[in-house]
Design a protein around this ligand. Structure first.
Ligand SMILES: Nc1nc2c(c(=O)[nH]1)N[C@H]1C(S)=C(S)[C@@H](COP(=O)(O)O)O[C@H]1N2
Ligand SMILES: [Mo]
Length: 401
């Protein structure tokens, strides 16, 4: 923060940037923003040009914000801030930085209350990490499962900047009884809904890659993505990445919250599609699966004959993607795609593959990733009652004209 208490990157960098920001808000709001010294960045729906929200996203819900990225828009290793999907169970809280603090308590020697200034003293670092909603692909499960009907686009890759959760916990001094770290955010439940509180086991919380992030792709977090502070849990599904963090409680046990004990759980052994599962045979969802995504061409595209370039991304939780194979003959043969040069632990790999269709008519393109643990995308999904962790071989059908 600046010496006069302003939040440095929330101020417009220039007169041009300022006019750009306020231009689409109209004079009334411009006045409010101009006179407020602590305004957070624009919400996701107001970024870019105002009329393009639905061009960038499939809006699953406008408020709470559940915005699925249109995957054909994913054309770079880093996903732009106005393109990264949004998943919020509740309304986006309006956090005012000067009233915000982070409380660290529970099984610690020295409970802390940290202002944003103090938090930044822990020493920041930046890493690209892929974020995927645990329910991404839910709409493809058969039989149908309730929940946000995500297609393929609840995933993206951003460069996160923040401090190590481990450094904050070390400052507080975790007692030997501290086995889980419970993280709560400023969002408040709607109606009778339970609050959104999640916990991560102490080993993952103390891992040097686990971060309390305040910047995304070098910009302050947008309110939709957790302004001013969110958890980044590399390799794990988005449900663990608590947004709008205000409180971190070290505990001997997992959080007893609904979103740990009832939601976001996965069968510990195989179950028949549609079958109910005994709660004792369920465990919290943690890591993401090995998975690939075809970004282009789009489903149903009409393409002239000639070379067809297929592009996409692949990721594998805490493991590394080692290869992506593509089939254009319904899985009879597979050919290696070329992996992009950009890579980082916990970040997806771009891939591309070019082929020439043998004849006109329908062609099905399949993509299949393999990872450093030898995991490979399946052709048939494993069933789970809430539709998490969909990672079946991806498929796009096009028509060669
Ligand atoms: N406080 C809070 N944190 C949250 C959520 C939420 O509803 N409340 N949603 C979670 C889920 S389910 C996902 S997939 C990610 C989505 O992050 P994004 O909106 O930045 O893409 O945030 C997670 N963090
Ligand atoms: Mo999610």
């Amino acid at each position: 923060m600046l010496s006069d208490g302003r939040f440095p990157y929330s101020a417009p960098a220039s007169r041009r940037a300022f006019l750009h920001r306020v231009g689409r808000w109209g004079a009334g709001l411009a006045f409010t923003t101009a006179t407020s010294s602590l305004w957070p960045p624009l919400p996701v729906w107001a970024q870019g040009t105002a009329d393009t929200l639905r061009e960038r996203f499939i809006v699953r819900s406008i408020n709470p914000e559940d915005f699925e990225t249109r995957v054909e828009r994913l054309d770079s290793w880093i996903t732009a801030n106005d393109l990264l999907f949004v998943r919020s169970h509740m309304y986006t809280p309006n956090v005012v930085l000067k009233n915000w603090s982070l409380r660290v308590d529970g099984e610690v020697e020295r409970p802390l209350i940290l202002t944003f200034d103090r938090l930044k003293e822990f020493g920041e670092f930046t890493v690209p990490v892929t974020l995927e909603c645990t329910g991404n692909g839910r709409s493809f499960y058969e039989p149908h499962v309730p929940g946000v009907q995500w297609g393929k686009g609840a995933v993206g890759n951003a460069r996160w900047t923040g401090v190590r959760l481990a450094d904050v916990l070390k400052k507080a001094g975790v007692k030997p009884t501290g086995r889980h770290v419970i993280v709560d955010g400023a969002d408040v439940p709607i109606g009778k809904m339970p609050d959104f509180i999640r916990s991560v086991p102490i080993e993952k919380a103390l891992h040097p890659a686990t971060m309390l992030a305040y910047r995304m792709n070098d910009a302050p977090l947008a309110p939709s993505h957790g302004f001013p502070l969110r958890l980044v849990v590399p390799g794990w599904g988005g449900a663990s990445w608590t947004k709008w963090v205000t409180r971190i409680t070290v505990s001997p046990t997992e959080s007893d919250n609904f979103f740990m004990q009832t939601a976001y759980r996965y069968p510990t052994k195989p179950v028949a599609p549609g079958a109910a599962v005994d709660p004792k045979d369920m465990a919290p969802v943690t890591e993401m699966e090995v998975k690939s995504l075809i970004a282009k061409p789009s489903e149903g595209a009409q393409l002239p004959s000639g070379p067809i370039k297929v592009t996409g991304f692949a990721w594998a939780g805490e493991a590394d993607v080692t290869r992506v194979d593509v089939s254009t003959d319904l899985g009879r043969s597979w050919n290696a795609a070329r992996l992009g040069k950009d890579q980082a632990r916990y970040a997806w790999r771009a891939w591309e593959y070019t082929f020439t269709a043998k004849s006109r008519g329908a062609v099905t393109i399949l993509s299949r990733a393999t990872d450093s643990r030898g995991r490979i995308q399946p052709i048939v999904p494993a069933w789970n009652p809430s539709g998490y962790l969909w990672n079946v071989v991806d498929k796009v059908r096009v028509n060669i004209t």
